[in-house]
Every structure is written in C-alpha cells, then in structure tokens.
Design a protein around this ligand. Structure first.
Ligand code: SF4
Ligand code: SF4
Ligand code: SF4
Length: 390
C-alpha cells in the first residue's frame, strides 16, 4: 500500500517513499567534510575573480590563472577527483565525456585557435563562428534540434561548462538541494528569464541602437551575475540552483525537453516506491510522484543526468527519445542498465555518437559561416524556437 501525502497544489497525491535503503545507494547525496566544502567555495570564488579580472579589473594583464580559463582549469582538477570517486558507472562515464567536452571546447580550441571560442564566442570579434549558446548561429539552431530529438541532456547533461563546474566543484553541496513543494513551485521562475531571453533574440533581429545595446548589456548581466552568485550560494541552494531556476538557455532547452521526443518512462508495476529516484535527483524533481501521477517524467527541468534511471533497483525508469521510434532494439528496457553495469559494451558507441553530433554541428556551422548572423538566419532560429515552445 502506498503512502500518499495529502497536500494541496502541484504535489497533491505525491507518493511518499516507503523507505530508503540505508547506505548502499551509490548516488545518494552524502555530506562532505567542511574542509572539502571550503575548498569548493574557494574554487568558486577563484572562478568568479577570474571573470571579474578579465572583464573589469585587468590585474596583472589577466593571466591564465585569473581569467575566463581559470574556471576550466578548476573543472579539470575537481573533475579528476569526481571521476575517480564516482561509484555509479553511468555517472562516471558521463563525467568523463563532460570533462572531455569542456576541455576541448573551452580550453583546447581557444588555446589552439585564439580567435575562436566555441561556447559563447568573443563578442564583437567572433561574429560568425559557431558558439553553442549564441542565438542566431547555425550551431545554436543545431543544439535546439538535437535537444528536441534527444532531450536537454544533450547540452545540460553532457556538454555545458556550467553543469561541468557544478557537478565537479559544486558536488560537495548537492546534499542541500532544496526539495519539497515550495522548491518545486519555484521552478517557474525560469520562465521569467526565458521571456528576457526571447526579447534579446528579438532585439538581435534589428540593427543596433542605443536601447538595444543597453538591453543586451543588461541581459548579459542577468546571465552572468546569477551564474556566479548561485555558485557562492551553493551551501544554501545546492549545486544546480542556477540550472533549476535562473538559466535562460536551460529554460529554452527545457521547453524543447517538454515538447520533443525525450521523456523517462515509468513502470508502475515494478516500482516499489522506495523513493531513491527522488533523492538522487539534483534538479529536485519529484520523480516518483511524476511517475505515479502521470506515468512518465517529461518535465522541462529534467537535465537527463540518468542518476534516477541507473539507481532504480527495479528498472522502473527508462530513457525514451527519438531513437525509440527509429531503432526497435532501443525498446529493450534493460539496455541502459546493462550498459551502466558493464554488461553491454556500448559506451564507446554512445560516446562516439555524442562527439560525432557535436562535430557535425560545428562542421555545419563552419561550412555555413558566411550566412551566420544574417537576419534570415536569426529569423529562422527565432521561428524554430517559437514553433517548439508555443
Ligand atoms: S541549465 Fe543552463 S547553465 Fe545549466 S547546464 Fe543547462 S544550459 Fe548550462
Ligand atoms: S522508480 Fe525505482 S527508484 Fe523510484 S521509487 Fe520506484 S523503484 Fe524506487
Ligand atoms: S529526473 Fe532523473 S535524469 Fe532527470 S535530472 Fe532528475 S535524476 Fe537526472
């Protein structure tokens, strides 16, 4: 018999976990020692100072240990720790891919090609080359398409530098992730930032004027300041606070998550209501409740980390995306767990697929760079975004 908590509102009918396994679940958020938490906060502060120095202070001519690349070096250091320490094979492999992608896109390429920064670009000097987070580029359009096919995990789970720093440096604070009804309701805050983002895209369609330049400056601050503030507030809001409530890009990808092919299927017959899925989710999603009440988890907030899927001892959760319509073998409910437990050696194929997808997107943008940034392309991106999110 299930325990139901009779609460009003969004979580009415939430299925309360019957019991939690005492200690063996690999992804349950443990509490780290104050010394590691202090180290984490120092690293976050260092990353913030790096951005501040490169943008405003220019101390010592912004050396690499105190500029935008400082953050990536910190990710590598903490990433090595996290990859070594991670007990969940799926999460370990995801971290390896994540740290590798960040290394290539935010460290190696800008070092080898100083005029090119793949994630956000060098504003004013890099107008045409792909930047994954810049609306109006073919790359961004490619990311939107990939998210609609495979889910937000394409970027928020496996490729964004923000998730990289929060899952490495920020990991000692994941146990304080706010959960419960209020924290779940607050997720709607992200649509405010989404609206600001849509205005920014619309502004880009017109020639710059003093108002639009001011607005874009304001929008840049709306992205950057909460980005760093949420790092320093990790002891109170957990490690994914920015992704849950504040990120305009995440809300765009989340909308596509909702209307695209991605979801997590829930098998209510095998589920034993242990509640582990709720407790391993750093995005604070009431996975069990969503599964019991709606039969699936297709919320905009799911960043596809796979912890709930791979930690479910009953195999009651399974990823679902466009491949389920194309490849009958993907309907095998066991394939992901077999992969995670090492029985299925598909890791390199999945890794290669992800790397290949990124390569195709980058090459496509390179090939089409003559058209990137034209009003036509920006209008196409805006139209596609609106079609997916209406
Ligand atoms: S929500 Fe935003 S910051 Fe977080 S991983 Fe996604 S794109 Fe990156
Ligand atoms: S879906 Fe799996 S992890 Fe979640 S409550 Fe059911 S059995 Fe437990
Ligand atoms: S619902 Fe599952 S896959 Fe989605 S963010 Fe939470 S733990 Fe990760």
């Amino acid at each position: 018999m299930l325990d139901q908590v009779a609460t009003k509102g969004r979580l009415s009918g939430i299925y309360k976990p019957k019991s939690l396994p005492a200690s063996k679940q690999r992804s349950l958020a443990g509490k780290y020692s104050p010394s590691i938490q202090t180290l984490s906060l120092l690293a976050f502060t260092w990353a913030f100072l790096g951005w501040l120095n490169e943008s405003y202070l220019y101390w010592w001519d912004s050396p690499i240990w105190l500029n935008r690349y400082t953050e990536y070096a910190i990710i590598l250091g903490f990433g090595a720790w996290r990859i070594t320490a991670e007990q969940n094979p799926y999460s370990k492999r995801r971290l390896m891919v994540l740290v590798s992608v960040v290394t290539v896109l935010w460290w190696l390429i800008p070092w080898a090609l100083p005029f090119f920064e793949p994630y956000i670009g060098y504003h004013g000097t890099q107008a045409v080359f792909p930047s994954l987070h810049t609306p109006g580029t073919v790359t961004f359009f490619g990311v939107l398409l990939a998210v609609s096919l495979f889910g937000r995990r394409i970027i928020c789970g496996w490729g964004c530098p923000c998730v990289a720093i929060r899952e490495t440096v920020g990991f000692p604070f994941r146990h304080v992730t706010p959960r419960g009804e209020l924290a779940w309701r607050l997720r709607h805050m992200k649509w405010f930032f989404f609206a600001l983002y849509m205005v920014a895209i619309a502004v880009l369609l017109y020639p710059p004027n003093s108002w639009s330049v001011s607005y874009m400056g304001f929008f840049a601050m709306i992205v950057v300041l909460p980005y760093f503030a949420s790092m320093l507030l990790s002891p109170f809001i957990g490690n994914r606070g920015y992704c849950r409530y504040l990120c305009p890009y995440g809300s765009t990808f989340g909308a596509l998550n909702k209307v695209g092919f991605y979801k997590i299927e829930f098998d209510g017959d095998t589920c034993n209501d242990c509640g582990v899925c709720d407790n391993v989710c750093d995005m604070g999603i009431p996975v069990l409740s969503e599964g019991r009440t709606r039969g699936k988890i297709d919320v905009a907030d799911c960043m596809g980390c796979g912890r709930c899927v791979t930690e479910c001892s009953k195999n009651s959760l399974i990823f679902h995306d466009v491949r389920n319509y194309l490849i009958p073998a993907q309907r095998d409910r066991k394939w992901l767990r077999d992969w995670a437990t090492g029985k299925l050696t598909r890791t390199h194929w999945h890794t290669a697929t992800f790397a290949g997808l990124l390569s195709i997107i980058l090459s496509g943008s390179w090939w089409a760079h003559q058209t990137i940034g034209t009003p036509f392309e920006m209008a196409t991106t805006l139209w596609t975004t609106l079609c997916f999110t209406h």
